[in-house]
Write a protein that binds this ligand. Structure first.
Ligand code: S3P
Length: 431
């Protein structure tokens, strides 16, 4: 589906972003691992998180949808059932990386995970390596890519240093750690999102953090009654970006998760001079279950270029394409470096963002690990191919609203992976 987004007059009104994708995936998986029913309130209804519910059922969990909630009756930690065929993860990289952690500890069970053409290009050696060290047998195509076959075994507790900061890999090892024979420690070179740690703590697991290291002790069972999923800051980021670069805009974003490990983008915006009032800092949020939640008041205004690098990168990883877009409207240069992980997301997001925005009139250049944007000129408009990547489709839409001539997004339907109502929500704010 191709959709044209013409220049917008302004965006006004209030909106609650869709439920958090990362937390929904994790809640469904922990639900499947728990012996008693887990009620997940405000579960994300989108293609990626539907894949996780299907995977949970295939492995023996009973999944019941109740309007905005989902009830998962799990199998218990060690009793996953043989799915009787490959599990299709669709486009969901988080499912692809997290599920092997649980499967690794299912003695005698062999499960294959596969997905769409984009998934087949996403590396899994990063999870295979620690799981093998723990004692599981994990095979992948060309040693690196899906389909991936996990043969569960008796797991050893290990100490593992992640070569790249990745919440997906960290979470995979933490799930396997539940089934190991002692306490497992994972170290990360920089902090990444900590939703798994928060949920495990709620589920009665013994878990500790020291700086960049997390230690989890094996468990007999998870005790988790309910999980409340907040609004997704990564989805809200597209609305916030639109609110900042379409002149005259004023938006109120409601009930957004403001976990510190997810708000790197909002801190970058504050540095660029973007006006976001209300609490995007964790302390100003109201704690709902495991996660802090807050409202955000956004007003368009002048922006200045900035540099994003180092520890800030994993804290804003999914929003870095938006930093490039904002850079086009900011005074001076905007630089992102140290973000080579962008090359192995749903698309090569360095190439896709640079080629996509260049075609719309941006002065942007790719580097191996990021991009340089010369700002101030805004965007002319044109055509942007989403390349099957949900965040690229939404980037094109926001670019269109702020451009001089509008943008036609090819493959807008990709947005359904994380934000099925995105076009309708934008339209409502433009009215
Ligand atoms: C995610 C972690 C990030 C992010 C992805 C979701 C998660 O990946 O890009 O969209 O839910 O753990 P990495 O932590 O592997 O970089």
């Amino acid at each position: 589906m191709n959709v044209r987004f013409g220049p917008a007059d302004k965006l006004t009104g209030e909106l609650t972003p869709p439920s958090d994708k990362s937390i929904s995936h994790r809640a469904a998986l922990l639900g499947a691992m728990a012996p008693e029913p887990v009620r997940i309130e405000n579960y994300l209804r989108a293609a990626d998180t539907d894949s996780t519910l299907r995977a949970a059922s295939a492995l023996g969990a009973l999944v019941e949808r109740r309007e905005r909630d989902v009830l998962v009756r799990g199998t218990g930690l060690r009793e996953a059932r043989d799915p009787g065929g490959a599990i299709d993860v669709g486009n969901a990289g988080t499912l692809l990386r997290l599920l092997p952690g649980w499967l690794a500890g299912q003695e005698g069970l062999e499960v294959t995970l596969d997905g769409d053409s984009s998934i087949r290009g996403r590396p899994v050696d990063r999870v295979a390596e620690p799981l093998r060290q723990m004692g599981a047998d994990v095979q992948a195509r060309e040693g690196r890519f899906p389909p991936v076959v996990v043969r569960g075994g008796r797991l050893r507790a290990i100490s593992y240093e992640l070569p790249v900061a990745s919440a997906q890999v960290k979470s995979c090892v933490l799930l396997a750690a539940l089934l190991a024979d002692g306490a497992t420690t994972v170290g990360e070179p920089a902090r990444s999102r900590d939703h798994t740690e928060r949920l495990l703590l709620s589920a009665g697991v013994k878990i500790r953090r020291f700086g960049h290291h997390v230690t989890v002790t094996n468990a007999d069972e998870l005790t988790l009654e309910r999980v409340r999923v907040p609004g997704d800051p990564s989805s809200a980021a597209f609305l916030v970006a639109a609110g900042l670069i379409v002149p005259g805009s004023r938006l109120l974003i409601r009930d957004m998760g403001v976990n510190w490990t997810r708000c790197g983008f909002f801190r970058i915006l504050a540095r660029m001079g973007g006006i976001v009032v209300g609490g995007f800092e964790e302390e100003s949020g109201e704690l709902r279950g495991e996660e802090p939640v807050s409202d955000l008041d956004v007003a368009a205004g002048p922006l200045e270029g900035t540099v994003v690098e180092g520890e800030e990168v994993p804290l804003a990883i999914d929003e870095l394409p938006l930093v490039a877009l904002l850079g086009c409207f900011a005074e001076g240069e905007t630089v992102v470096r140290g973000a080579q992980e962008l090359r192995v997301k749903e698309s090569d997001r360095i190439a896709a963002v640079v080629e996509g925005l260049s075609a719309l009139g941006a002065e942007i250049e790719a580097t191996d690990d990021g991009f340089h944007v010369r700002g101030g000129g805004g965007l002319r408009g044109g055509v942007l191919d989403a390349r099957g990547d949900h965040r690229l489709a939404m980037l094109g839409a926001v670019a269109g609203l702020a451009s001089r001539e509008g943008v036609e997004v090819l493959g807008m339907d990709a947005a359904a992976v994380s934000y099925p109502g995105f076009v309708a929500d934008l339209e409502a704010l433009c009215r």
